[in-house]
Design a protein around this ligand. Structure first.
Ligand code: IPE
Ligand code: IPE
Ligand code: MG
Length: 248
């Protein structure tokens, strides 16, 4: 059944964030190496970006490589970096054609030079697109990001440009790497893990969470639409009572 038709087009989250998890276990199930799972995961990325364009999700953040993922075996880390370069190079023309703008968050300077160059070329080429903004979280962790923001703010205080009593939550928000994007209304994690793994701790303060046992390489359009439909059945109260929300 095509679930897309059941989606209420007037209640689409502007920003969806996804922890793409389960590539390794998916590959193991097929009797393959972990890296095979990562390769297959690219097909899911392509489909989900396309699905966002179709239903009108304007921002999609994908957790592709965490700060902690540097601790994986060198062979896997190298494989992932190679896959990243090859994927960006291969997919950019298609992304551009579909009106996708590529952005990145994370400690980009820690990535191999070839990755940085490939990413920058794609970012520059797609800078003028506005259908979907695809934000890749690479060498990203939320604690790293918040620490960087605190350092920037502390420098402004040190320089006498900012008084500590003027530090408010919007100032912190504006110093995060996501300052140019709205906060995600929906966070999806695949593969049955129920944790946040250092992802967008600040930005997800009021997000709806959706967990599925499906491994990332099997997470295709219909699985994504299931998550959107689940989101559309939630009541977002932001501290208020249900009565207040329904009277509005
Ligand atoms: C997610 O899949 C992709 C990355 C973290 C790069 P995993 O590689 O974590 O797959 P599992 O969790 O081991 O199955
Ligand atoms: C989180 O997945 C990071 C990405 C999806 C890139 P992991 O599979 O690395 O998370 P943990 O360490 O098991 O929580
Ligand atoms: Mg994992």
């Amino acid at each position: 059944m095509d679930l897309q038709a059941s989606i209420d087009k007037n209640n689409i989250p502007k920003h969806v964030a996804i922890i793409m998890d389960g590539n390794g276990r998916w590959a193991k199930q097929q009797g393959e190496d972990r890296i095979f799972g990562h390769h297959e995961g690219v097909n899911s990325v392509r489909e989900i970006v396309e699905a966002c364009g179709e239903i009108g999700v304007k921002y999609l953040t994908l957790y592709a490589f965490s700060t902690e993922n540097w601790n994986r075996p060198k062979e896997e880390v190298d494989g992932l970096m190679e896959l990243l370069v090859a994927t960006i190079s291969m997919e950019t023309p298609n992304l551009h054609k579909k009106g996708v703008r590529l952005q990145v968050i994370g400690d980009i300077l820690s990535l191999p030079a070839s990755c940085q160059t490939e990413l920058q070329e794609s970012i520059d080429l797609t800078a003028g697109n506005s259908k979907v903004t695809l934000i890749l979280a690479l060498s990203y962790s939320s604690k790293w990001e918040i620490t960087e923001a605190v350092k920037k703010i502390a420098k402004q205080v040190e320089a006498g440009e900012l008084k500590s009593e003027n530090i408010r939550d919007d100032l912190i928000q504006n110093n995060l790497s996501t300052h140019a994007y709205p906060n995600p209304e929906l966070m999806i994690r695949t593969s049955g893990e129920h944790r946040i793994s250092n992802f967008l701790l600040w930005q997800l303060a009021y997000a709806e969470f959706y967990f599925t046992d499906v491994f990332w390489p099997d997470f295709r359009k219909n699985e994504f639409y299931k998550a959107i439909l689940s989101y559309q059945n939630r009541e977002r109260r932001f501290g208020k009572t249900s009565e207040q929300i329904s009277n509005n």
